[in-house]
Write a protein that binds this ligand. Sequence first.
Ligand SMILES: Nc1nc2c(c(=O)[nH]1)N[C@H]1C(S)=C(S)[C@@H](COP(=O)(O)OP(=O)(O)OC[C@H]3O[C@@H](n4cnc5c(=O)[nH]c(N)nc54)[C@H](O)[C@@H]3O)O[C@H]1N2
Ligand SMILES: Nc1nc2c(c(=O)[nH]1)N[C@H]1C(S)=C(S)[C@@H](COP(=O)(O)OP(=O)(O)OC[C@H]3O[C@@H](n4cnc5c(=O)[nH]c(N)nc54)[C@H](O)[C@@H]3O)O[C@H]1N2
Ligand code: SF4
Ligand SMILES: [Mo]
Length: 745
Amino acid sequence: MKSRRQFIKISSLSAAGLIFGGGLLDSLASSILKENQSYFKGPFDFTRTPTYCEVCFWKCAGWVYKDENGRIKKIIGNDDDPNCNGRFCPRGTGGVGMHYDEDRLKTPLIRTEERGKQTFREASWDEALEYIASKMKEIKEEHGPECTALFSHGSGGKYFGKVIKGFGSRNIAAPSYAQCRGPREVAFIATYGSGVNSPENTDIRDTKCLVLIGAHIGENMHNGQVQEMSDAIDKGATIITVDPRFSTAASKSKFWLPIKPATDIALLLSWMHVIISEELYDKKYVEKYTYGFDQLKAHVKNFTPEWAYGITTIKPDQIRETARTMAHAAPAVLVHPGRHVTWYGDDTQRLRAVAILNALLGSWGRRGGFYNPDKASVPHYHLPPYPKPEKTWRDAMGGKYILADLALASGVCDASIPTPDLDCSIRGWIVNGTNLINTLPDQKKTIDAIQKLDLLAVVDTMPMEITGYADVVLPECVYLERYDSLRISQGREPSIALRMPAVDPLYNSKPAYWIARELAKKLDLLEYFPFETIEEELDWELKQVGSSLEEMQKIGVKRLEREVDDLYFADGEDIEFDTNTGKIELYSTVLEEEGFDPIPVYTPHPEPSEGFYRLIYGRAPMHTFSRTANNPNLTDLMSENSVWVNPKVAKEWDLKNDQYIYLENQDGVVSDFPIKVRVTERIRWDSVYMVHGFGHADKRLKRCFGKGVSDTQMITNVMIDPIMGGTGMRGNFVTFRFDNKKTEV
Ligand SMILES: Nc1nc2c(c(=O)[nH]1)N[C@H]1C(S)=C(S)[C@@H](COP(=O)(O)OP(=O)(O)OC[C@H]3O[C@@H](n4cnc5c(=O)[nH]c(N)nc54)[C@H](O)[C@@H]3O)O[C@H]1N2
Ligand SMILES: Nc1nc2c(c(=O)[nH]1)N[C@H]1C(S)=C(S)[C@@H](COP(=O)(O)OP(=O)(O)OC[C@H]3O[C@@H](n4cnc5c(=O)[nH]c(N)nc54)[C@H](O)[C@@H]3O)O[C@H]1N2
Ligand code: SF4
Ligand SMILES: [Mo]
């Protein structure tokens, strides 16, 4: 019988015990503590070493500088890197805090029971990996290897992926798909036969008109985009921001359309109406490249700005004026596809509307719209084929979401909860670099799924909430202390970047490559790790593209030539799109085949009841989700989130600036912690806003424990996208509470 997992606060172990347990650790720790003695003992004795940033997934390449004692002093951007052009954002600069954070995970831990109470005990790497391997083998014998899964959001994913695929499972998922950009990819693939991917192929640099519809570049600090947007503004581009909140981008915009949340599809349809009825669309482009214009024209005939006004609260003349502004800038216009697009469950359709609008304006494949990206092709060492699993998480979906082009993290979670009619119960999870408790909506379901598992192994750098539910916790060393797979990003030109250790790993932490390979050894899967060290693998790969590890250690980034000069469509060029019709599908044949609306339709969403406000959330420039919440450098800049409340609402509730309150959602969930009120005209009266990533519940996170409210805790209503399974998270409503006592039901 497996025991129900309790959330263990790792704080139950003494810090000293954690740091100094075990002879091996003793010597390491004492060398760390000898202040004037260097703990840097690697062979890579450079004053600066190359890396790419792990604070977010823009992966900017930079240089790590050390002082004469080998202590990291600063991280700056690499001038040759197209993702950052030599400049890091505040989070990237603060990344050094990940190395110095004294709350880091320090040694492997195994869950154990002492006097009826669950706790963690320290373990050696060998013991911890043996535990995982033997549980995996048990699962394989009893249920089959496909009953294991990997959740991974981070660089080590490639190596844990080899282990799990070699073992016989294809359940590999990241919350950056079904909780983030999945609907966008599906919508753009349905329309153009190609996704937007990361970094996005948006030609902001040369745009004359940038439309941000719920994308908040400026607070969303994706480096290259922010730089390009600022350059575009300097060159006179018009910015149109559609956001219920006066965001940083809105403050730089000619037009701010404070839309009523959840009504964006109506605005998009109405813009199409104006552009088609006033014949402002790119006729040559539409005729040559698109399919279904007549159906679209008939579809949007009645969606006048007056119709949209009643739904969106945006005035008809503003809808007309902004539509004309876009058309006049065309084709150097960009209706930005956003990135975190899982909002209301009809997200694929909303993004289809964005894709169609861009097609009417002729911006796909055009300067100032979307360019055609290129990516370095770096050959991988030939490995034996992976065994073919008999089933995957998809079998537990009852035939739904077949248009999802990647695995759904929420789907893998669902497939871990046994149901009477679906036989695909996943029994073991390896979780690498993703804090699922704070990342998947409906925390209760995530925890339910975890309770059903035979194995939960978590690889992380910090004692984040997910580690509290683990059977085994494996401390990875931070990105400044390790090699990782090469960064191979798409862009205007292909490039590769190297991450190498600037310093040795602190404590008893290890890099993903080593952890994954040691686990592979125990599972008899070494054939998938032919290189004993990652250095050998990197060197082999780099030599295939005319470089070497030695060269990359010196230059960090290598830009390669584009093979073909096809950044934009040439005038009148014949192009075959990877869709059923070979055209840009304004009318989607694939959605029609699957029984969905071939052209987007606006459907109203539930509204908050009296005294409740729609909870919307976003980013702050100095934090990335929960991964930076405890970072000493970044908590200095922002230590808690606040809840933005419109003055009209504040008056009704008698709320004052900086007052602490609790939030309660529509399902009666009261926030664990209080949050500061920020009274501001910058938010509509029907909504409140907060930054994601706060409200941490683990006391070991000393700087961020109990600071602010976790939006995820308040997100219990999840609106699933029927097309691809994305989890819409903005259909939740909150009210204000002055204490957090539970109400009697
Ligand atoms: N409520 C709510 N949910 C959301 C979102 C939201 O805005 N609100 N945003 C969604 C979006 S857009 C995304 S992309 C996802 C992101 O979701 P996640 O990828 O889960 O993001 P984080 O919460 O930052 O979790 C990252 C975890 O990785 C750990 N980590 C950091 N560095 C390393 C490392 O080098 N190695 C290892 N092994 N671990 C490391 C951190 O300590 C942390 O536990 O969340 C989605 N979920
Ligand atoms: N600093 C920083 N930058 C980041 C990240 C980070 O954690 N920190 N994370 C990165 C990641 S993984 C992602 S996915 C992106 C996410 O960044 P984006 O895709 O740019 O933005 P979101 O977080 O989805 O959007 C938040 C905006 O949508 C508005 N909004 C809310 N509801 C509605 C609505 O109904 N209609 C409209 N039109 N707008 C609405 C909010 O007010 C807010 O301004 O950011 C990336 N960049
Ligand atoms: S945008 Fe900032 S946090 Fe993200 S990779 Fe670049 S420097 Fe790092
Ligand atoms: Mo994301």
